[in-house]
Design a protein around this ligand. Structure first.
Ligand SMILES: Cc1cc2nc3c(=O)[nH]c(=O)nc-3n(C[C@H](O)[C@H](O)[C@H](O)COP(=O)(O)O)c2cc1C
Length: 185
């Protein structure tokens, strides 16, 4: 079972990759098949055609993004909060999908001034509706500062280490649903 960690922001100087590194590090302690899909690596314009357009033309970046999603059986979306919602670049990337995320479990890890709680809930709504993902019942809203609260190796500082237990529970759920739904598919 492959698990993809999605890095949901792309701006210059972003800190979300630090949060994703923490998620990847904790995942690796429990599972070995993990791939990081960082939106910065996929050159995708604003959605040019509906995803159900027959033989739609995709940039190489969009193809690689969709192939990366297709390869995975479960996902951890790592997102910041922009204007009380998810980053537009993440929504655009999701709008490209055409079944790749369907019937697969999704965990969500967010950060922001109020731990990204509003973006977290919005992402649950987006992925749990037409996209058809099985969004995990629980979630992770990171308490404390990502910048300064996470070491480069993905471990937490004493100020933020209380988040580890929440993430580990979320990972356990993702593995459980991932195995169950992979068998069902
Ligand atoms: C355009 C923009 C809007 C933001 N709006 C919010 C917000 O509504 N709520 C919040 O908690 N943080 C907000 N922030 C702060 C971000 O959550 C914080 O800067 C975080 O580090 C962004 O992730 P990034 O560094 O990966 O871009 C905003 C940041 C940006 C750039």
């Amino acid at each position: 079972m492959k698990i993809a960690v999605i890095v949901g922001t792309t701006r210059e100087g972003r800190v979300t990759p630090k949060l994703a590194k923490w998620v990847e590090t904790r995942l690796k302690a429990k599972h070995d098949d993990i791939e990081v899909l960082d939106l910065i690596d996929y050159d995708m314009p604003l959605l040019p055609e509906a995803p159900w357009t027959p033989e739609r033309e995709l940039t190489d970046g969009a193809k690689a993004w969709l192939d990366g999603l297709e390869r995975a059986d479960a996902y951890m979306f790592v997102t910041a909060e922009y204007n009380h919602g998810i980053p537009a670049v993440l929504k655009n990337a999701i709008d490209y999908t055409n079944g790749q995320l369907k019937r697969k479990p999704v965990g969500i890890v967010s950060h922001g001034v109020v731990s990204g709680a509003r973006a977290n809930e919005q992402l649950r709504q987006v992925l749990g509706a037409k996209v058809g993902s099985a969004v995990l019942p629980d979630t992770v809203t990171f308490f404390g500062k990502v910048d300064g609260g996470i070491h480069d190796d993905g471990t937490l500082t004493p100020e933020t280490e209380q988040n580890n237990a929440n993430l580990d529970r979320h990972i356990d759920d993702l593995l459980w649903y991932g195995n169950a739904l992979a068998a069902a598919r």
